[in-house]
Structure formats: C-alpha cells, structure tokens
Design a protein around this ligand. Structure first.
Ligand code: NAD
Length: 253
C-alpha cells in the first residue's frame, strides 16, 4: 500500500469521520475538512492520539474560493474524497426552494468546486484519484428526496465528464454508491420519514429502508473504505468513470 495524501470533505461526522480514521490507521496522511471546523479538529485529535497523521480545516464546499484555499493549504492532494452531504425529506411541493438549491450546492456544485481546485495539482504530478461518495440514490429514486436524488444522480454525470477530461493522465474519477449506513444523517432521516409516513422508527428501518435490499443489512464504513482503498491504488488506474454500488443487491431487482 502506497501512503496517499487524502483530503476528505464533510469529515467531521459520520462516514467522512470514520473513513478518515480508517485511512489514517492504514498509514495515509489525512486532511480532514468540514463546514464545522471544530468537528473536523475533533476527528484530527482522535487520529493523532491514535498515532496517525492528520491536519484539519474548516471548509464549506459551496464556496469555490474556500475550496481553492483549502487545496492550496494542503500542499499536495493525491486523493480527493467528495463526501460532504445532507438530506432533506419532503414532497417537492413542500420543499423550500432555497433548501432545494442548497442541497445541490453542497453535493453537486461542492464536488465540482473541490475537483476544480484539486485537478491542476493532480495533473501536474500525473497522479490523482477522485472518489465521490454518491448513494444508491445516484442510481434509483425514492419519494420525498428530490434534491438529494437529483444531486447524487448529477454527481455521476460530473464524475464521468471529469474522468474523460483527465483520461490523458493517471487520474481516475469514480462514484461509490452505498445504501444506508447508520450515521447521524440516516438517524435524522429515520425520524423524518417516521413523521412523513406516520410510522414508528423501527417500521421505517424494516419496512422502508431495508425492504428493497435482499441482504437486509446496513452498510458499514469499513466496506466503503475497502472499496475506496482499491480505487486509490495503482492497480485501479483503469477503473474510471464508474458508479460502483454497495447496495446489498437493491439494483438487481
Ligand atoms: N449515511 C448513509 O446511509 C449514506 C448512504 C449513502 C451515501 N451517503 C453519503 O455519505 C456522505 C456522508 O454522509 P453521512 O451519513 O456521514 O452524514 P453526516 O451528516 O454524518 O455527515 C455529513 C457531514 O457533511 C458536512 N457538511 C454539510 N454541508 C457541508 C458543506 N457545505 N461543506 C462541508 N461539509 C459539509 C456536515 O457538517 C457533516 O459533518 C453524504 O454525501 C451522504 O449523501 C450516506
């Protein structure tokens, strides 16, 4: 395993925080960023206390200039993990327009902002891996999540385009599409869906979330880290422009 310098967005919580810790434990250098700078620094402190190598910054991915500043401060970024995200659950007619635009700004435009900042250095060094954290909702839809699903479908289009634009160098751009991982984002969704459907939290988990999955199990961050680890390896240099599902069989149906 070649140690990489990895910048992760939205890494103050959930998948990003756990991915950072797992990568650091494997000997990679982490640049932990989040709009909540204090949360990013707590993740850094835990990594350093465990003997890992990490620095952290506040970074709002919706701000193109902040993305440029963060990448410049990082010095070198071998791997960019576009992970920052949020959910809002409502029918489109009841979905506040500014909230809708904000989800797109974070999960689609934010990923483009980060890639725009990181790509020149990757191209100059002839190496780069961009790993986008998409979702099963990059591939299929569910009701009440129009902004999230539009952003996550769009992320695949962005990934494919950037893969083509950088096919001339050792840069790959891929999207990992997991089903549900039990993070604060999903805990909030369970509560919101329970309200929307008038069900208990347990019924939302069993009858809505896990129902379309033949495997009937939440995905763990370790599973996502293992796939991301492969994508950032030299062996994966020809795996590009792909949307790779960790979906317990959902999309086979
Ligand atoms: N949890 C799941 O089941 C699941 C499944 C598939 C995909 N995902 C995706 O994984 C990613 C991480 O989700 P999570 O479940 O860990 O959520 P989470 O809420 O635990 O963490 C998301 C992080 O993103 C940060 N963030 C929000 N807006 C930001 C911005 N403008 N700039 C920078 N950071 C910002 C938040 O502060 C938070 O720390 C998201 O892109 C999400 O869509 C999650």
């Amino acid at each position: 395993m070649i140690p990489r310098r990895i910048l992760i967005t939205g890494a103050g919580s959930g998948i990003g925080a756990e991915l950072s810790a797992l990568f650091a434990a494997e000997g990679h250098e982490l640049i932990v960023t989040d709009v909540d700078g204090a949360a990013a620094l707590r993740v850094v402190d835990a990594i350093v206390a465990a003997g890992g190598n990490a620095v952290g910054y506040a970074l709002d991915v919706t701000q193109a200039s902040a993305a440029e500043t963060a990448v410049r401060a990082a010095g070198r970024v071998d791997v960019l993990v576009n992970n920052a995200g949020l959910q809002h659950v409502a029918r489109l007619e009841e979905f506040p327009a500014d909230r809708w635009a904000f989800l797109i700004a974070v999960m689609l435009t934010g990923a483009a902002n980060m890639a725009r900042a990181a790509l020149p250095g990757m191209r100059a060094r002839n190496f780069g891996r961009i790993v986008n954290i998409g979702s099963i909702h990059s591939l299929v839809a569910s009701p009440y999540k129009s902004a999230y699903i539009a952003a996550k479908h769009g992320l695949i289009g962005l990934s494919k385009t950037l893969a083509l634009e950088n096919g001339d160098v050792d840069i790959t751009v891929n999207t990992i599409c997991p089903v549900y991982v039990r993070t604060p984002l999903v805990e909030r969704q369970i509560e919101a869906q329970a309200r929307e459907h008038g069900l208990s939290a347990e019924r939302v988990v069993n009858e809505i979330m896990l129902k379309p999955m033949p495997k009937k199990a939440f995905v763990t961050v370790a599973e996502i880290a293992a796939l991301a680890g492969y994508l950032m390896s030299d062996a994966a240099r020809n795996v590009t422009a792909q949307a790779i599902a960790i979906d317990g069989g959902w999309t086979a149906q």
